[in-house]
Every structure is written in structure tokens, then in C-alpha cells.
Design a protein around this ligand. Structure first.
Ligand code: NDP
Length: 241
């Protein structure tokens, strides 16, 4: 039976844990030759054990040049998921420069850097492609102690639109997914601060990792063939406030 992404080549960043790991596994299951990029070797090794067909890449997105070098070696990619992201909460007044650099370097510049290398290959091959960026509800919602994280994600939203504008003529679609709170290593550390969002969510629940995976698959695939430049809220209606 033909699978959704048969014959496609996919790259997922931040694929060691959380969403990225689940997305990489799903894309492999759907027939894509999948490349999983992350920076903790043990996570990549355990992913490879679980799904031996997945190719693993140990790259720290904080290293701009090395990232370009390693990503360039992969060859043509049809489906790119810029998922890697970090969050370190602190008040606006007390945020040190290192935190600003670290979050912008991974969340925004990491997405920019990998996309630039991959999109150039998509253009040169003439095959086009589909790119999904992991943004967040917080790109639009101010949350106490989340100033830097939110602004990195606002930047990802605008980057998504700019990329869609410039890459559309090359048959490359670019979209973002903006989830609220899904319990992963990233969010569990801030449970007390995030729980109040539940009361504001019309559907009365937060998304599961599977909801994120399904949205990524939809936006990567041909069923969403005319959708580009979209920042898709995945929030059980929270965004209506
Ligand atoms: P996790 O912390 O569970 O996983 C993040 C993954 O990204 C890890 O494998 C991590 O590797 C990797 N990563 C982080 N920094 C780098 C780096 N410099 N180079 C390479 N890999 C890196 O996060 P989630 O799965 O929860 O989040 C995934 C994405 O979704 C992020 O962009 C996040 O901002 C976004 N998001 C998450 C939400 C949530 O509720 N969980 C809600 C909205 C958006 P390592 O562990 O080795 O650092």
C-alpha cells in the first residue's frame, strides 16, 4: 500500500525528545526517508534503536557554521520541520543577555539557518517542498516571565510569512503551528505558571503530542497544497480571547 510520504526525504530538528521525536517517527512511518537532528547523542541512539530506518545527525544549532555544513551534506530534502526550541523563563527586568542570545539563537536563528540551506536546495532541484516551523500560542500572548520566548516565536511567525512570500514562486510552502501547552520536558518545568491557561481554553483541555504530529503531517502533505504563510493555532480555542 502506498504511504503518504513515499519517495520523500524529510528533516526534523530537535528530534531527540518531545514533539520532534514523535514527528520524526511518524514521518518515517509514513514512508519518508527521515533525518533526525538533535544534540544529545543518547536521545538519537535510542531513536535509532526504536526506528532503525531513521538517519540520525548530532548537530548543535547554536553553532551556525557547523549546522550549515552538516545540513548541506544531507542532500535534497522535500519536507522540513523546524521544531528545535528552548525556553528559559525570567522577568523582563532580570533577563540576562545570555538568555536572550540562547533563545534567539535556537528558536529563531536555528530555524532561519536550516531553512536557508534546505530552501536553496529545494530551489536548485526545481522540486519545491514543504516547510513547517514550530511556533507557539505565546507568539501572540504575553505571559509573565515569558518575554524572550514569546518574542522569538513572534519572530518565527513573521519569518514563516516572509519565507512563504519569497519561496512560493519556487513551489515551496511554509507554515507554522502554534500550540498552547503540551506536557513535555520543555513545559513540565513551568507547570504552575502554565496551568492557569487551561481555565481560559474553551475546549477545557491542552493538546496532546499526537495533535501536534497530526497538524504537522497535514501541513507537510499535499492535502494542504494551497495553504502557505499560515500560523495555525492549535489551542482548543484559547486564541479567541
Ligand atoms: P523538548 O524540550 O521536549 O524537545 C526539544 C528538542 O529540541 C530536544 O530534543 C532538544 O535537544 C532539541 N534542541 C534544543 N536545542 C537544540 C540545539 N541547540 N540544537 C539541536 N537540538 C536542540 O521541547 P518540545 O517538544 O516541547 O518543543 C518542541 C518545539 O515546540 C519547540 O520549538 C517549542 O518551543 C515548541 N512548542 C512547544 C510547546 C509545548 O507545550 N511543549 C508549545 C508551543 C510550542 P536537547 O534535549 O539535547 O537539548
Amino acid at each position: 500500500m502506498a504511504m503518504l510520504f513515499d519517495g520523500k526525504r524529510a528533516l526534523v530538528t530537535g528530534a531527540g525528545k518531545g514533539f520532534g521525536r514523535a514527528i520524526a517517527k511518524k514521518l518515517a512511518e509514513c514512508g519518508a526517508e527521515t533525518f533526525a537532528l538533535s544534540r544529545t547523542q543518547a536521545d538519537l541512539d535510542s531513536l535509532k534503536l526504536e526506528v532503525p530506518t531513521i538517519n540520525i545527525l548530532n548537530v548543535d544549532l547554536l553553532d551556525w557554521d557547523k549546522t550549515r555544513e552538516e545540513v548541506s551534506k544531507i542532500g535534497h530534502i522535500d519536507l522540513l520541520v523546524n521544531n528545535a526550541g528552548v525556553s528559559k523563563k525570567s522577568s523582563f527586568i532580570n533577563t540576562p543577555k545570555e538568555n536572550i542570545d540562547m533563545m534567539f539563537d535556537v528558536n529563531f536563528k536555528g530555524t532561519f539557518n536550516v531553512s536557508q540551506v534546505i530552501a536553496k536546495k529545494m530551489i536548485d532541484s526545481g522540486k519545491g517542498g514543504s516547510i513547517v516551523n514550530l511556533s507557539s500560542t505565546m507568539s501572540e500572548k504575553a505571559l509573565t516571565n515569558g518575554c524572550v520566548y514569546s518574542t522569538t516565536k513572534s519572530a518565527v511567525d513573521m519569518l514563516t510569512k516572509c519565507m512563504a512570500l519569497e519561496l512560493g514562486p519556487h513551489n515551496i510552502r511554509v507554515n507554522a503551528i502554534n500550540p498552547t501547552v503540551v506536557w513535555t520536558d520543555l513545559t513540565l518545568q513551568y507547570k504552575d505558571e502554565l496551568m492557569p491557561l487551561l481555565a481560559l481554553t474553551p475546549m477545557g483541555r491542552f493538546p496532546e503530542i499526537e495533535d501536534v504530529v497530526n497538524a504537522v503531517v497535514f501541513l507537510l502533505g499535499d492535502q494542504s497544497g494551497m495553504i502557505s504563510g499560515e500560523c495555525l493555532r492549535l489551542d482548543g480555542g484559547l486564541g479567541v480571547h
